[in-house]
Design a protein. Structure first.
Length: 267
């Protein structure tokens, strides 16, 4: 049943001319304007700051130092986002980036990322999501999938309990056949973008692999890869290693050019 949402997406892409390309050259489907998504990101960021405790002082300066070094390497539209980062008091090893450049990192992740290079791997990855317009692509795909389900219901005359059951199965097919693999693709793409960015800013890209080794040691069991919104940690490290030669070349050029960040980790 995976062809149903793909047909809907293809039709909308043609009729609305909503196709674009990501920084890695992958074709994308986006329906919404930057202004719409950036406003959503700002609102979500404000809500996040109301729900969790914002940490200041040395932790905030540490995160800002790393983010500033990464942002300094951006150009064009990417440089124009309202890039800012907050540290939140939360034990979970988590970080996020919202449309518009609003970023957050939890104290639990700062415990696992043991130096500036590992934190730069996290922040660069999150920035990669924004640079690649992943939120727009995700929301657009969800909208197209919902449209496809509605069209199918009307055309096939799926009514009553049997129709609801069939649509439920189709919805599950759309989720696990389209939505979650789509998200894993986003994660892998953000890894590549973040790896390049951290290297160009003068952070050691090899720390990205070390970070995931730390994450693997700190985490328990994982869900099956096919039902996960993220690549497995083994897959993630393999993807980083596959792009490491290019990243190391960028890193060496950055260091030769004098880009040598020195962000002090809080004691």
């Amino acid at each position: 049943m995976r062809w149903i949402p793909r047909i809907a997406i293809g039709a909308l892409c043609i009729s609305l001319a909503a196709c674009a390309s990501s920084p890695t050259g992958r074709q994308q489907f986006t329906l919404y304007s930057d202004e719409q998504l950036n406003q959503m990101g700002q609102q979500a960021f404000e809500q996040y700051q109301e729900d969790l405790t914002v940490v200041g002082g040395a932790h905030a300066r540490y995160a800002e130092c790393i983010a500033d070094a990464l942002v300094a390497e951006l150009s064009g539209r990417d440089r124009d986002y309202n890039w800012q980062i907050r540290v939140f008091q939360d034990d979970s090893a988590n970080a996020f980036a919202l449309p518009g450049g609003y970023m957050g990192i939890h104290t639990g992740l700062l415990d696992i990322a043991t130096n500036q290079d590992q934190v730069a791997a996290v922040v660069g990855h999150e920035m990669g999501h924004v640079m690649a317009n992943h939120a727009n692509e995700r929301v657009s795909t969800q909208s197209a999938t919902q449209v496809g389900m509605s069209i199918l219901s009307s055309v096939a005359g799926l009514q009553g309990p049997q129709g609801e059951q069939m649509l439920g199965l189709l919805g599950a097919g759309a989720q696990y056949g389209i939505m979650l693999p789509f998200s894993r693709r986003h994660e892998s793409e953000a890894d590549v973008i973040g790896l390049r960015l951290m290297a160009e800013a003068g952070f050691d890209p090899r720390a990205s692999v070390t970070l995931w080794e730390n994450m693997q040691s700190a985490s328990g069991g994982e869900p099956p890869v096919w039902m996960s919104t993220h690549p497995s940690q083994g897959q993630r490290m393999a993807g980083l290693e596959a792009n490491m030669d290019d990243a190391l070349s960028r890193y060496e050029q950055a260091r030769s050019a004098g880009r040598q960040p020195n962000c002090q980790r809080p004691g």
